[in-house]
Design a protein. Structure first.
Length: 367
């Protein structure tokens, strides 16, 4: 055998030797991993599922807000005249009562001047009306007798025929009448009245001060209708409904307050993935702006199981230990509550694996 042939034979032998060593080493590694998994699988623990009826509670926090709250803003220019010096924080007003009276002497004089001219016009046309339209003439006479420059203009007598209306229109009677009415409507804005029974929560004006259009004058609320705006997760929204009982607590309250869900939003907040919930509160001790916490008491959930969220795989699967093997079970998650999930689909005989391991698979033998 030549030297070259010897070298070739040795190279082939060396390759075969390396291949045999690699195969033996790989088999040992597989055996080692297998034995490791077998050792670990023998330590798998499980706990029996408890199927029961659960009344879930949803915790929330929020602020009390009055359902009816207005910011009082001036629509005219003038000088404020706070009636009876009552426009102060904490003062109560009945619906229709004047909160603030803004005076403008020029507008008052302008109205009286136009009303005086209107009265003169009526007196001027009265004889012709009595002659051509006796019935309307009698009503117009009564209207003139009751006419006053102070106070609001009385409603004009009804006309019964087109001839009566055309006659009065030709004498500019209606034009003058509606000019006065328009000015009176403008003057109504000088008297700011309470739109409902309520309380002053902010007073930003003093008697005698100048007022301009758009100036904030104060705030007014209804102290008998309050609401809390909060939000719940999408899964939590599946177990609440309008009318659900709510228990409200606060450091500023001597005892808990009972309220009820009034409205549930239909829009999902894209950023928080939550849904708005509105809770109606009716309690004398509640104040606007108060910070509170509370619990929403949901309807009873029957034949469900409460498990740790950490046991779930992909939020809806879990491993059970059954007949010395692992079984991957899909469950119906009703809602998540903190670190727990409330689910359907278990029986009292199910044994839930305590801790998931990444080498688990469905049907894996456990001995």
């Amino acid at each position: 055998m030549t030297k070259k042939q010897k070298i070739q034979a040795f190279s082939v032998f060396l390759i075969i030797l390396i291949t045999v060593i690699f195969i033996k080493s790989h088999k040992k590694e597989e055996v080692s991993v297998s034995k490791s998994n077998e050792s670990q699988s023998s330590n798998i623990n499980c706990s029996q599922a408890i199927v029961e009826d659960i009344v879930p509670f949803i915790d929330f926090a929020g602020r009390i807000n009055s359902l009816r709250k207005i910011n009082i803003v001036s629509e005219v220019n003038g000088i404020s005249n706070v009636l009876n010096e009552k426009f102060e924080v904490g003062e109560s007003f009945k619906k229709g009562e004047v909160l603030i009276d803004i005076k403008d002497a020029d507008v008052d004089l302008e109205l009286k001047s136009i009303k005086s001219q209107f009265l003169a016009l009526l007196v001027q046309v009265l004889p012709d009306v009595k002659m051509d339209f006796p019935s309307l003439g009698n009503k117009l006479q009564t209207y003139i007798n009751n006419f006053t420059l102070n106070g609001k203009l009385n409603n004009f007598p009804n006309t019964t025929t087109s001839k009566e209306r055309n006659f009065l229109s030709s004498r500019q009677v209606f034009a003058n009448y509606y000019t006065i009415k328009a000015l009176e409507n403008r003057l109504d804005k000088f008297k700011i009245r309470a739109p409902f029974d309520g309380v002053v929560t902010q007073a930003l004006i003093d008697p005698g001060s100048n007022v301009i259009i758009g100036q904030p004058l104060g705030a007014f609320i209804d102290p008998n209708n309050y609401e809390i705006s909060t939000s719940v997760s999408i899964s939590e929204s599946n177990i609440i409904k309008i009318g659900d009982r709510v228990v409200i607590s606060s450091d500023d309250l001597s005892q808990d307050v009972i309220a009820y869900i009034e409205r549930i939003g239909s829009h999902i907040n894209e950023l928080t993935q939550s849904i708005d919930v509105f809770i109606k509160v009716d309690n004398a001790n509640i104040k606007d702006g108060m910070y509170v916490t509370g619990k929403i008491q949901c309807d009873i959930l029957e034949n469900v199981t409460k498990i740790e969220r950490s046991k779930l795989i992909d939020n809806n699967k879990i491993y059970l230990l059954k007949n010395d093997s692992l079984r991957l079970k899909t469950v119906d998650v009703i809602t998540f509550q903190d670190e727990y999930a409330i689910v359907n689909g278990f029986t009292n005989n199910d044994c839930v694996v305590e801790q998931y391991r990444n080498y688990f698979y469905d049907g894996m033998s456990v001995k």
